[in-house]
Design a protein around this ligand. Sequence first.
Ligand SMILES: *Cc1c(COP(=O)(O)O)cnc(C)c1O
Length: 452
Amino acid sequence: MTLVDTPATLTGGPALAQERRLVTAIPGPRSQELMARKAAAVASGVGHTLPISVVAAGGGVIVDADGNSLIDLGSGIAVTGVGNSAPRVVEAVTAQLNSFTHTCFTVSPYEGYVAVAEKLNELTPGDHVKRTALFNSGAEAVENAVKIARHFTKKQAVVAFDHAYHGRTNLTMGLTAKNIPYKSGFGPFASEVYRAPLSYPFRDGGLSGAEAAAKAISVIEKQIGAENLAAIIIEPIQGEGGFIVPAQGFLAALVEWAAKNDVVFIADEVQTGFARTGAWFASEHEGIVPDLVVAAKGIAGGLPLSAVTGRADIMDSAMAGGLGGTYGGNPLACAAALATIETYEEDGLLERAREIGAVLIGRLNALRTADPRIGDVRGRGAMVAIELVDPATGAPDAALTNAVAKYAHANGVVVLTCGTYGNVIRFLPPLTISDELLIDGLSVVAEGLKNA
Ligand SMILES: *Cc1c(COP(=O)(O)O)cnc(C)c1O
């Protein structure tokens, strides 16, 4: 591959000029053209954060059809940790593309799938015997984790938490907490899904991890009963719910309770996994070993792949044919995953995630000292957010959040918002971003706050 020799404006990947460059207003004329076609052809329910037409992306930038180069602080929602069109990924997928594109692993298997399973068994927390099954999307993997837990325990109830996000399919909508836009009008939802309170240090009056866990466990015992409960599913850091880092010890207490009560503990690491937080999986920061780990987003450099990895006795419970699908573990996605994992390892990207985290936390805390509308700065590694509030009351300020995000978008910075109350700005840069771009992006967000 000779990516570095290709004209920078015609290809993605690291060859792209790493700069914020606005040559038109956002959206420019070509992007506006695409937006008009989108409105006429694509279902309205499929929204967009920025009204642009992407033609290339790589390193820490996204280039649109009008020639604008935007700083990427979203990674396509925590997916392109290795950057867009990462060289090893391009090379591995191209080679795979030239040998075969699909056979269906459950019809005629191939090595890539098995190699990804071996890697996941090695990289997920715990040194017990593990098995892996591959799927296409995060939601599909979450559904399968619940299927597996139910089959293994011969129980049916599942507990999810306040502020949870687990996907948009029927079961995962039911597990997701937030009504609009994820659930309203889309019911009925799957039965035997229950909700427990979360540890949310900024908003729960500073309960310790143990106190918050005791509260959750009491709800579970009083309202469901361990004898009916197949699984607890939780994100180690709530993603869409607002980058909520639970108090130390909260997750460990839940894991301990689950183990004592024959309840499968499922960590949904779809957003927190794959180097994002400076560890392979965020569970490691809490010293917990989940029974099952769900992975997706950052796993394959942008190709669709997801996985459930966990205890062999649980994973092997389902009968042959009970798990799988036409495309799960597609050969191109597996080739991409192996190259992605190699890139995280060889390029020191776990360490880079921690460095990015230090820059983000340092700069955002400095902003917070001068601006009481930033109520909280939190996160781990390259998964950091600010929660914006009315300084007088602490009430969530979604209008300010939207104004700051809009300002950033108009000035060439891709930032995403999140949170149950819509008042959180989250930072999820590719781990290949330069400090220079990152700092420039943050300065635009700071300007947006000043202007709002
Ligand atoms: C994005 C996400 C999902 C859903 O993944 P899809 O690939 O969009 O189906 C599930 N859980 C978490 C924590 C996520 O962030």
